[in-house]
Design a protein around this ligand. Structure first.
Ligand SMILES: *[C@@H]1O[C@H](CO)[C@@H](O)[C@H](O)[C@H]1NC(C)=O
Ligand SMILES: *[C@@H]1O[C@H](CO)[C@@H](O)[C@H](O)[C@H]1NC(C)=O
Ligand SMILES: *[C@@H]1O[C@H](CO)[C@@H](O)[C@H](O)[C@H]1NC(C)=O
Length: 374
């Protein structure tokens, strides 16, 4: 609005309504305005209403007249928050993870906020682990789980309608915005979003799971398959779901209802989805937060839509630099080496051809081959 006002102000003053303006100039300008009105009304009378309507509503017309940016819902999937109201990253504080995240975001034109993560007391973490008689999460997994719950609460308390939640070691392709444009079309189609729905992905979902480490799909899964020239080949796809990737076409992606997605690298929530996911995941009694969400897919406790292959995947520093994930280290399965060990040497990302992190930090690609998986 401010921008628009400051745009209009010089225009008004250039009309020169004031004591020092020669009357000739005023007459000339009034003449111009009258001529313009005459031309416009002639156009109005002579152009059929239907044509007028389509001319005015076509997206070809520059949308930034008067500095107001108007874009179609699908176009906003390519904005700095990928068509969500905000992108929020979960993080325990500045580290190689967040520095890489910020570098990748700057390189690809994304706006990512990292709200301060509340610390949960050891007593709360322990009590959470003890809920019920089912599975109990390990210590690191329980801490990470509670942080996801805190983030869902943050989304609800901030009054957001949609938000994309990222883990802070996540990575994506340089072509992410083009990929999201296709996701917008596909999700709208698959969820039968109304044509008038202004949200780029519609809102007929609780969770739109964009970044994971595998999803199950077979030929007769109800799904919407589409071409995406930026997708990696089946031969290069790694992870537990590699045997299922051949159930879709080469050069394709698909959206479907969640069956077995694992790893919450990146997931979007609607407002209602955040509330539902919170109420479900607060029940504990599973291995980890991602597994708990996965368990809600098949029984349709949550309306989850997944994209396969994933658009986001976590970057990992070279293992021989002593890398352990935060969760694994928290579970006592290893100890992280120092920060500097990870920042000077390039690691890799599975299933992402042109890694935004590796481009931004090392000016290279770093697709991790299957034999380097761990
Ligand atoms: C991106 O688009 C969404 C949906 O229209 C909107 O809520 C969000 O504010 C936009 N982000 C930016 C940075 O303009
Ligand atoms: C969904 O996609 C199919 C196949 O591409 C197309 O025929 C159909 O018109 C689309 N539906 C909507 C609502 O966009
Ligand atoms: C797999 O990726 C490598 C780069 O890491 C590339 O050289 C190779 O051509 C890819 N293989 C296929 C089948 O696309």
């Amino acid at each position: 609005m401010n921008q628009m006002l400051s745009y209009l102000r010089p225009y008004h003053s250039s009309l020169g309504i004031g004591p020092n303006v020669p009357s000739k100039a005023i007459r000339f300008r009034v003449g111009c305005v009258l001529l313009l009105i005459a031309l416009l009304s002639t156009w109005f009378i002579l152009t059929p209403a239907r044509v007028r309507h389509s001319l005015i509503h076509t997206s070809q017309i520059p949308s930034n007249i008067l500095g107001v940016t108007r874009s179609t819902p699908r176009e906003s999937a390519t904005n700095a928050t990928l068509g969500f109201q905000r992108i929020l990253a979960l993080s325990g504080g500045p580290s190689w993870r967040t520095r890489g995240l910020k570098a990748a975001a700057a390189y690809t034109g994304l706006e990512i906020d990292i709200p301060e993560r509340p610390n949960n007391s050891p007593e709360l973490v322990d009590a959470f682990r003890q809920i019920g008689n089912g599975k109990k999460p390990a210590l690191g997994a329980a801490r990470a789980w509670l942080s996801h719950l805190d983030m869902l609460k943050y989304v609800i308390q901030s009054g957001l309608h949609t938000a994309l939640i990222l883990e802070d070691d996540v990575d994506w392709d340089l072509a992410l915005k083009d990929q999201m444009l296709l996701v917008s079309d596909a999700v709208r189609n698959f969820t039968r979003a109304d044509a008038s729905e202004p949200s780029p992905y519609g809102r007929n979902w609780d969770i739109l799971w964009l970044g994971h480490c595998g999803e199950y799909t077979v030929a007769d899964t109800e799904r919407f398959e589409y071409e995406d020239s930026t997708v990696l080949s089946h031969a290069n796809y790694t992870g537990w779901a590699a045997p299922y990737i051949t159930n879709m076409g080469e050069g394709h992606r698909l959206v479907q209802h969640g069956v077995n997605p694992i790893c919450t690298f990146a997931y979007a929530v609607t407002r209602q989805g955040a509330q539902r996911a919170l109420e479900w995941a607060e029940k504990g009694e599973s291995e980890a937060f991602d597994v708990k969400l996965m368990e809600a897919c098949r029984p349709k406790i949550l309306n989850v839509v997944t994209v396969q292959p994933e658009l986001m995947h976590h970057y990992t520093p070279p293992h021989d630099a002593g890398y352990w994930s935060e969760v694994n280290a928290g579970d006592g399965k290893g100890t992280d080496a120092g920060e500097s060990a990870y920042e000077s040497r390039m690691g890799g990302t599975e299933n992402i051809i042109h890694s935004a992190r590796c481009k931004a930090l090392f000016d290279r690609t770093c697709l991790k081959p299957f034999w380097e998986q761990y």
